[in-house]
Design a protein around this ligand. Structure first.
Ligand SMILES: C[S@@+](CC[C@H](N)C(=O)[O-])C[C@H]1O[C@@H](n2cnc3c(N)ncnc32)[C@H](O)[C@@H]1O
Length: 342
């Protein structure tokens, strides 16, 4: 079990100014932008209305905007919205119409009464809904229940493409690893495909907690060994199949969940070094990836092609598939790259 789970920082002491629905939203949002702390005293909806107004004032560029615009907005929104607090009493948000956030009792055993940014309370509540309802993964045939702070894929095509590749895999099935397991989906796919031992690592302790809980929900526990670790974790012997759905773009990492999306300098170099040490003879390294990096960051050297050009691995197979656009037309494709040591 990981030592410390990520959670929104509880605000134990503050001198925030009380606000309710009688305070004009535009005024409250302007105060937040000036860095003034406010605490909502009537309804959760008052907090949400103020945050909506803050988004307007900060000119939310929307999901379709490019990385830099979205990032700039997000930083401005985070730094202002953290000043809008909601009271928590007895591990419940003490406001009329507050949504349920069961994670409050799980994540704050050390405090019963405190305050949380309204935005964090909202995120905790939607995470609780996902956790309770679960997300159906057709590739697994059941629902996965992601713990708070765990990456869940927004689409399924890449998992289906990996499933296609795995169905044709002819190599040994003694030991596999899923590096950066998130909700555990790829590890669970490999366990379902008959691997004797599947190691699943993640640098995010909440992901490890998520998969541990998921395994307890299953009628028969899959042979997955979890490790909260950077990349490969401890050496448990030669690995037949190394699988990773790594971050697909280069970028800064602010929040824990950014680790799922953005890699930084050195990430892939370290990965290949370890893969070369850990792969069993005849083993395979498989990346679940996307062409998004070529479309949106054409100046960033391609982290897989660059390694192939270096000559230590050769490409055995590459599968690609178009994705259904989530919000707008897209040229995005998902990919499965199968590499073998030269
Ligand atoms: C794109 S998500 C993929 C999650 C899951 N495998 C899937 O396919 O849905 C990438 C995952 O890698 C994890 N991660 C990022 N950097 C890592 C590192 N250095 N070591 C281990 N895991 C890492 C993130 O926390 C995240 O869970």
């Amino acid at each position: 079990m990981p030592a410390a789970l990520h959670r929104p920082e509880p605000v134990l002491r503050h001198r925030a100014q009380p606000v309710d629905r009688n305070v004009p939203k535009a005024q409250a949002a302007a105060w937040l932008r000036e860095g003034r702390s406010l605490i909502v005293t009537d309804r959760f909806g008052t907090g949400l209305d103020i945050l909506a107004e803050l988004r307007v004032q900060l000119e939310d560029p929307g999901e379709a905007a490019d990385y830099v615009k979205k990032r700039t907005f997000r930083e401005a929104f985070q730094s202002a919205s953290k000043h809008l607090l909601a009271p928590v009493i007895g591990r419940k948000v003490a406001l009329a119409d507050a949504p349920r956030a069961g994670f409050l009792s799980e994540l704050y055993p050390d405090h019963a009464d405190f305050a949380l940014p309204v935005e964090d309370a909202k995120v905790l509540s939607s995470a609780w809904d996902w956790y309770e309802q679960g997300v159906h993964f057709p590739v697994l045939g059941y629902r996965v229940h992601p713990f708070y702070g765990t990456y869940i894929p927004a689409r399924m095509e890449h998992l289906e493409l990996f499933g296609t590749w795995l169905a044709n895999y002819k190599g040994a099935r003694d030991r596999a690893i899923d590096v950066g397991t998130g909700s555990g989906v790829l590890a669970l796919q490999m366990a379902k495909a008959g691997f004797q031992q599947v190691i699943a690592t993640d640098i995010n302790p909440n992901a490890i907690e998520s998969v541990a809980r998921q395994m307890q929900r299953l009628p028969v526990a899959p042979p997955i060994e979890l490790e909260h670790a950077d990349q490969f974790g401890a050496d448990r012997g030669p690995i037949d199949l190394i699988v990773s759905n790594p971050p697909w773009m280069k970028g800064d990492v602010g929040r824990t969940l950014d680790l799922a999306m953005y890699f930084q300098d050195g990430f892939f170099e370290r990965f290949y070094e370890k893969a070369l040490q850990r792969l069993a003879p005849g083993g395979r390294l498989v990346f679940v990836f996307s062409n998004i990096i070529e479309l949106s960051q054409p100046d960033v050297p391609h982290p897989i092609q660059t390694e192939l050009d270096r000559g230590r691995f050769r490409l055995m197979e590459k599968l690609t598939r178009k994705v259904k656009p989530l919000r707008r037309r897209t040229r995005e494709k998902v990919e499965v790259w199968e590499l073998a040591v030269v």
